[in-house]
Write a protein that binds this ligand. Structure first.
Ligand code: 5RP
Length: 236
């Protein structure tokens, strides 16, 4: 499955493999989105083949659903699952309090719903994702297409009222026009440099009309499994 891996893929793979070991037969498992989560799906498919693991997965994106089905995993909806035992997903950044920025891959809305409907959320990440304060990675905010420019202006005003300076807000481009999420929405990427109070910012953003969800995950993640390029794994 792994062949000769680059240092970054080694880090993602070892984190995913350790988290896959947390999945036990009978569990309902939220399956994240992104390149690290893709390693998880591969590791789980291998565990199904080699240690006779039986579980049902709820994917957080059409990409992950397709990959999981292609690898022979049982995929169900969140409605069919009702509730999840564990969700395992990647992140763009995490801090010492296990606050996250997610949504670099555009799946933040489904990821937040799935993670929030789980007994436990485990993040898998390479060591470079650990930060002192969130915010170097642009914060994705999912907005409905109707009136998105007005929503952008309202977000800008809300950030100014919070004394967030030096910010830019960009509509995420896609391959053919603006990027569209699985729900058909748009993403505004907020370049903020540093987020002093993630909890407050998450609440303020979600009060702006047109905002569907933001990529700040506060009080959702329970554990981070960190993969290192030398093959070590550490836990937060
Ligand atoms: C997708 C996400 C991803 O988990 C996040 O972007 C990390 O991706 P990767 O593992 O490829 O670095 O939030 O919406």
């Amino acid at each position: 499955m792994t062949g000769e891996l680059s240092p970054i893929d080694t880090a993602k793979f070892v984190a995913a493999r350790r988290a896959a070991d947390m999945v036990q037969s009978g569990m309902r498992v939220g399956l994240g989105t992104g390149s690290t989560a893709a390693w998880l799906v591969r590791c789980l498919a291998e565990a199904v083949r080699e240690r006779d693991l039986h579980f049902r997965g709820v994917p957080t994106s059409t990409r992950t659903a397709e990959m999981a089905r292609d690898l022979g995993l049982e995929v169900i909806t969140l409605e069919e699952a009702g509730w999840l035992d564990i969700t395992i997903d990647g992140a763009d950044e995490f801090d010492g309090e296990l606050n996250l920025i997610k949504g670099g891959g555009g799946a933040l809305l489904h990821e937040k719903i799935v993670a929030s409907a789980s007994d436990r959320m485990v993040v898998i990440a390479d060591a470079a994702k650990e930060v002192e304060s969130l915010g170097a990675f642009p914060l994705p905010v999912e907005v409905i297409p109707f009136g998105w420019k007005a929503t952008q202006t309202l977000i800008d005003e809300a950030l100014t009222a919070m004394d967030v300076m030096g910010k830019t807000i960009e509509l995420r481009p896609g391959a053919d026009g603006p990027y569209r999420t699985d729900e058909g929405n748009l993403i505004l990427d907020l370049k903020l440099t540093r987020i002093g109070n993630p909890r407050q910012l998450a609440m303020v953003l979600n009060q702006v009309p047109g905002v569907v969800e933001n990529g700040l995950f506060v009080d959702i993640c329970d554990q981070v499994v960190i993969g290192h390029a030398d093959g070590r794994v550490t836990l937060r």
